[in-house]
Structures are given as C-alpha cells and as structure tokens.
Ligand binder design. Sequence first.
Ligand SMILES: [Zn+2]
Length: 207
Amino acid sequence: MKITHLSVVTLDYTVSDDAGEVLDTTEGREPLVYLQGSGFLVPGLESALYDREEGDSFELTVPAMDAYGEYEESLVQDVPGELFDGMEVAEGDTFVADTDDGHRPVTIVEVSEDFVKVDANHPLAGMDLHFKVTVQGVRAATAEEIAHGHVHGDDEGCGHHHHHAHGEGCCGGHGHDDDHECCGGKGHAHDDDDAHECCGGHGGCKH
Ligand SMILES: [Zn+2]
C-alpha cells in the first residue's frame, strides 16, 4: 500500500551533511516507525514520503528551511554569568533552557568573565540534510494510534509506555518539546529531561 496521511511507516534511513558526514542512521539499529502526517519527521522528508510504498528507496536533499530551519543570529545571546551561579559551564555544553518558546536546547559557545554566550539554534539549524531512505513497511494506523498521534508497538498499546519519551533517538521528527539534538526527526518526547543526541528518529512507544 502507498503511504498516505496517517499511515504507519517503517523506514531505514541515513542522513548526512553537505560534507557527506553521517549524522544519523538506522543501520545496525531498529528501523524508524512513525505516523505519517504527525509531524514526527522534518517537513521536507515527510512530504517526500507520500505515495511511496514498501520497497521504495530514494535519496533526498532537504534544504535547511524544510529541516531544522535557517540559522538565526538573534538566537545567539550573551546572558549574565550570575544566571549560571554554582553551575559548571564549559564551551560546548548543552542544556535545556526554559524560554518563552518552551523548552529549548541551548549550547554554550563562549564563557567569559561576566557573560556566557549561548546559542539557542537547533544544532542542525542552517544545514541542508541529505537523506537515503528505504521504505520497509506501510500499514494503516489504529484508531488509538491516530488519537494519540504516535505509533504503538505490535503487540501492545500505549499503556506503560507513556512515562517514556516517545521519539527516543529522534531525528526525523518534530517533537512536542524541542529539546532534541537530533536529525531526522524531532521526536516526541513527553519527558522534558530527555535530551536526545540523536538523529534519525525513533518514534513511537519504546519497547
Ligand atoms: Zn500512545
């Protein structure tokens, strides 16, 4: 069957940057299972999957604006060092900040005497992403999956999964929270503390 809105899709993928460096891949892991149309994947990848079917393989370049957005200089800010009082901060550290836009992953780019320069851009903002994708399976979603907006496992419903983050290892997807450092998805973490360092996306309930 072809992928339509609300299909449950199983994908293998590899995503690389312009230099060909692999950012994330399902190789050696479980494939990604997600609900088409739920916004789990980055928009450019999700829209390219409509009408594909099991066995289809394709390559796709998703421009930054259809992936994690353009890099915005305005999201780089100096904040007073005293806000980090008592915390060890070092360049390259990431943490989840409580902002007007909700929880966002923030990277410390510079620590000086009075200020800490932070960057709230997604780590993949401004990057064109190069995907290699193989559709491994397509099925219709159950009513419960549609109601929840995510995929459940083969033999079980959501139940005990709900205290876990949906969207572990994310990167193809788009989360409810933006605290993912991933790539293919933006994930569906229900758990704010669960920052992901991932990239291809692993939606649905964890097993
Ligand atoms: Zn559920």
